[in-house]
Design a protein around this ligand. Structure first.
Ligand code: C2E
Ligand code: MG
Ligand code: MG
Length: 346
């Protein structure tokens, strides 16, 4: 057994995976609280397990694998072949990210937003995809959190926003239909040095007209009060520059209602999970209806995400929701397809 400030390493005789999982979970629970003076302090513990295996692997590598496994969602996690593949993919993505940006491998796809009553396209959301020469097609779920962790998201979001601003300018110049387009902004920007200056430079080159920024509640989920207040100020500054602000995935997390007061919000985007929950439950239907009313009463437009069926559409119309986005109206599509789509659906 070896220990240092943050980790303890244990070697054990071979036991079955289930048995080991039970024993480790119990061990972690039993040691979760530490007495410091007269205080009881909770120290969250997690365990990563790697089998030394047959054929045997190098002990150093085993430590490393166990360490990788430890950084998951469950308290006890095993290093598996899948995890090995994920780890390799992660490091490949990191080593290729900058080249990919230079080679223009990140593409923006556009997903239409609809007026539920007129069934016309009234806007779109810009969603990034990575068409990698080495790794193939990658959806944002594969790389956004990695890039948030290593900071590359700053460059990528900026690149995407500029692309969308250019798209709007060109559509106007070509006399094509123009609808507002929303662009996702990572929570990372709330603490990024120089973010507002860079945004201001973009605004001076293009325009904020027809551009919305989507932020999730997680952008303000800081326990440190000063940091939270700073992120509120950042959004106020973006709004003052002329960007419309959308609260994305609303209703998916803790739904901190004080944010509705503290932020200059123009659009409430209701999360798909709330729509799904409302389909099966009268009580959730009441919550959904009240949420829509709340958004309207605060002067926001209300749009629901992830509409796939006409039954869901009817439910939303019945709740007073005026806008929607989802596969029922259109999946995210490439730029050229979206331009064609707008000609007949806007
Ligand atoms: P989001 O902003 O909540 O985007 C909505 C996601 O729901 C998109 O997934 C979209 O394709 C999916 N979706 C739309 N309609 C339906 C539907 O009817 N049913 C279902 N099941 N899903 C639907 P996507 O494109 O995979 O994006 C996932 C997330 O990645 C986005 O969630 C957003 O948080 C993030 N993301 C995408 N592009 C960017 C970006 O440029 N920058 C940043 N920071 N994040 C981005
Ligand atoms: Mg979004
Ligand atoms: Mg969303």
């Amino acid at each position: 057994m070896r220990s240092d400030a943050a980790e303890i390493v244990c070697l054990t005789h071979p036991v079955t995976r289930d048995e080991l999982e039970v024993r480790l979970a119990a061990l972690l629970r039993a040691n979760e609280y530490l007495e410091v003076g007269d205080m009881l302090v909770r120290v969250p513990l997690e365990a990563g397990v790697c089998y030394l295996g047959d054929p045997p692997i190098d002990i150093k590598r085993a430590f490393n694998n166990a360490d990788i496994a430890a950084h998951g969602e469950q308290t006890v996690r095993f290093f598996t072949g899948e995890l090995q593949k994920e780890t390799v993919l992660t490091s490949r993505m990191e080593s290729l990210q900058q080249t990919a940006l230079d080679r223009r491998e990140f593409h923006i796809w556009y997903q239409p937003k609809y007026d539920l009553l007129t069934r016309k396209c009234i806007g779109a959301e810009a969603l990034v995809r990575w068409q990698s020469a080495e790794l193939g097609f990658l959806p944002p779920g594969k790389f956004i959190s990695l890039f948030e962790g290593n900071g590359f998201i700053s460059q990528l979001d900026f690149y995407n926003l500029e692309h969308v601003m250019q798209f709007q300018r060109e559509a106007k110049e070509k006399g094509l239909p123009v609808v507002p387009i929303s662009v996702n902004q990572s929570r990372v920007h709330m603490r990024e040095q120089g973010y507002l200056e860079k945004m201001k430079a973009l605004v001076d080159t293009y325009t904020t007209k027809g551009i919305e920024l989507e932020l999730t509640e997680t952008a303000f989920d800081f326990t440190d009060r000063a940091i939270r207040e700073h992120s509120l100020d950042v959004v106020a500054a973006l709004h003052a520059m002329g960007f419309a602000i959308d609260m994305d995935d609303f209703g998916s997390g803790y739904s901190d209602l004080s944010l509705l007061n503290q932020l200059p919000l123009d659009v409430m985007k209701i999360d798909r999970s709330l729509l799904l929950a409302s389909e099966g439950s009268e009580r959730m239907c009441v919550v959904l209806r009240q949420m829509v009313d709340l958004g309207h009463a605060l002067g926001m437009k209300v749009i629901c995400e992830g509409i796939e069926t006409t039954a869901q559409e009817e439910l939303l119309i019945d709740c007073g929701c005026e806008y929607g986005q989802g596969y029922l109206y259109g999946k995210p599509m490439k730029r050229a397809d979206f331009e064609e789509f707008l000609k007949t659906h806007a």
